[in-house]
Design a binder for this molecule. Structure first.
Ligand code: GLY
Length: 453
C-alpha cells in the first residue's frame, strides 16, 4: 500500500499524463451563516482534495508535469487566538508533498496559462474568474477547462487503493450508525431521536455526514430533511445516512424498517419487492454492463413484483416500456460514489454520462444520474425503492395515462407503506462486484432482530 504522499504524487502524475497544460485548483473558503464570524463548517473542493489530500481553507495548488506548488497564507495571530495554532505553510507543503509553497498573492502571476474547475463557493469562484480573466462554469466548461474536467473524470471514476480504503472506513462507521438507529427505534418518540442515535455514531468516530441525513416516516419525500414527525408503531422508518471521512470520502446507505420492530404483511410484501430489485441489480454488476440496464432491471423487477401483488396489470417488460414502474420508483437506481456522495455532480452530467449521451426525457429515465458502462474500480450505489408520492399518484393526467395498468383499489390496501428504499455501496471488481456495505443486513428478519436488539 502506498503512503498518502505517494498516492497523491501518483494521482498528479496520472493527471499530467492526460493533460499537458498547467492546472490550478482552488480549495474554496468558508461561507458565513449570518455574520462573518459565524461560519458553516469548511469542506474543501473535492477536486482539490483528490490531488492535495488535505482540506486546507483558502488555498490553491498549481499542478504541472506531475509537480505541485502550494499557495496559501500563514494563519494570522487573530486566527490563532480564536481557532488555535495552525500548521505553517511549510508544514502543510511537507504533508502533501509539495515541491514549493508561496503566499496566496503569488498565485496572480502563475494562473494565466492554467486550466481549472470552478469551485462551488461563490466568493472563491469570483476570484478564480477574475484571476483567469474568463467566465467559468463547472457544468459547462470550455476549452482547456473542459479538457481538464475530462481528465479528472477519467481519474476519479476509477478508485485507487487509497480511495477505497477511505470509503471502507466511511462505510464501516455508517453500518454501525444504521445499527444504532435500528436499536434506538423502539424508544424513539420522534424521528429526531433516531437521527441523533445514528449521527452520534458518526460524530463519535470524528467523521461528518456526507449529506443531510434523511430519517423519516415520510419516506415518500425522497430527500426529506425534517425530523419532527412522531414515530408511531404502524410506521416504516426510512433512514438514508452516510458518514464522510476527515479526508472527504463518502458513504451512502439506506435501510427501511418497521418502527414496531415487526413489518405488517403489506409492508413486508412491498419491502420484498424492493429487496428483489436490489438483489437482482447487485447480481448483475460486472465490468462492461451498462448502468442504465441495471436501472431498467430494477424497474422490471419492481414491475414484476407489483404485478404479482395485483397492484399493476400486464407484462413487466411492457410496463417498463411505458414507465409504469416509475409511478412507484421515480428516481434512478443510484449514482457513482467517491469524494462526493453523488460523485463529481458539480460537473453536471460530465462524470455520470458517457461522452455523447444525454439525459432521457422519459419519466422512468430522467433522474438516472449514471449512464455509463461499468468498469472495475468504480463504486456505485444500488438503491431501488417503492414510494406512494401523492404528487405522482394523485396527478389526474398520470392516473388517466396509467388507468388500465394500475389497480387503484388493490393499491389502497397498501396504505401503510409510504416509502421504502434499500441502498448499498458496491465496488465493481474485475469479475463482478463487492458489496462494501454487506455487513448491514437487508432481510426483513435480520432487520427486525436489530430493531429488537
Ligand atoms: N443519499 C442521498 C442521495 O443519494 O441523494
Amino acid at each position: 500500500m502506498l503512503s498518502l504522499i505517494e498516492t497523491l504524487k501518483l494521482r498528479r502524475q496520472k493527471l499530467a499524463n492526460l493533460i499537458e497544460v498547467p492546472i490550478v485548483l482552488w480549495s474554496g473558503g468558508r461561507s458565513s451563516r449570518n455574520f462573518a464570524a459565524n461560519v458553516f463548517p469548511f469542506r474543501a473542493s473535492s477536486h482539490f482534495l483528490y490531488f492535495a489530500g488535505l482540506s486546507i481553507e483558502n488555498a490553491a495548488i498549481r499542478l504541472e508535469s506531475g509537480g505541485l506548488t502550494l499557495f496559501v497564507d500563514e494563519s494570522s495571530p487573530a486566527s490563532a487566538l480564536w481557532h488555535g495554532a495552525s500548521p505553517s505553510r511549510d508544514e502543510i507543503a511537507a504533508e502533501i508533498g509539495a515541491d514549493a509553497a508561496y503566499p496566496l498573492s503569488a498565485l496572480a502571476d502563475r494562473v494565466a496559462d492554467a486550466a481549472t474547475v470552478a469551485v462551488q463557493d461563490s466568493q472563491t469562484r469570483l476570484k478564480q474568474a477574475e484571476l483567469l480573466d474568463r467566465a467559468l462554469s463547472s457544468t459547462h466548461p470550455q476549452g482547456i477547462d473542459l479538457e481538464l474536467t475530462k481528465a479528472i473524470v477519467t481519474l476519479r471514476l476509477i478508485h485507487d487503493e487509497a480511495a477505497l480504503e477511505e470509503i471502507r472506513k466511511a462505510v464501516a462507521v455508517t453500518v454501525n450508525a444504521h445499527q444504532a438507529g435500528m436499536s434506538a427505534t423502539l424508544d424513539a418518540t420522534v424521528e429526531a431521536d433516531i437521527r441523533a442515535a445514528m449521527e452520534r455514531v458518526i460524530m463519535a468516530n470524528d467523521m461528518t455526514c456526507a449529506y443531510g441525513s434523511i430519517v423519516t416516516v415520510h419516506g415518500e419525500v425522497l430527500h426529506n430533511d425534517r425530523y419532527h414527525h412522531p414515530v408511531r408503531p404502524a410506521d416504516l422508518l426510512l433512514a438514508d445516512v452516510g458518514a464522510e471521512t476527515s479526508t472527504g470520502w463518502a458513504s451512502d446507505v439506506t435501510r427501511t424498517w418497521a418502527t414496531s420492530g415487526k413489518f405488517s404483511p403489506t409492508q413486508r410484501d412491498l419491502y420484498n419487492v424492493v429487496l428483489a430489485a436490489h438483489d437482482a441489480c447487485i447480481a448483475a454488476i460486472r465490468p462492461g454492463v451498462e448502468y442504465r440496464d441495471i436501472h431498467l432491471l430494477a424497474g422490471h423487477t419492481i414491475a414484476e413484483g407489483l404485478v404479482d401483488l395485483g397492484i399493476l396489470r400486464g407484462q413487466p417488460a411492457d410496463l417498463v416500456d411505458m414507465d409504469a414502474h416509475a409511478l412507484f420508483f421515480p428516481h434512478g437506481v443510484g449514482h457513482i460514489l467517491g469524494l462526493d456522495v453523488h460523485d463529481m455532480e458539480d460537473l453536471g452530467d460530465l462524470a455520470g454520462y458517457e461522452s455523447g449521451r444525454t439525459r432521457s426525457q422519459r419519466f422512468g429515465l430522467g433522474y438516472l444520474r449514471l449512464d455509463r458502462p461499468l468498469r472495475s474500480g468504480m463504486v456505485v450505489t444500488i438503491e431501488p425503492g417503492f414510494y406512494q408520492v401523492p404528487a405522482i399518484l394523485q396527478d389526474s393526467e398520470r392516473r388517466e395515462a396509467y388507468r388500465d395498468v394500475v389497480n387503484w383499489d388493490r393499491l389502497a390496501e397498501f396504505s401503510d407503506v409510504r416509502g421504502i428504499r434499500i441502498e448499498d455501496d458496491v465496488l465493481v471488481t474485475e469479475t463482478g462486484s463487492e458489496v462494501l456495505t454487506a455487513a448491514l443486513p437487508t432481510s426483513v428478519e435480520a432487520i427486525e432482530q436489530f430493531v429488537h436488539s
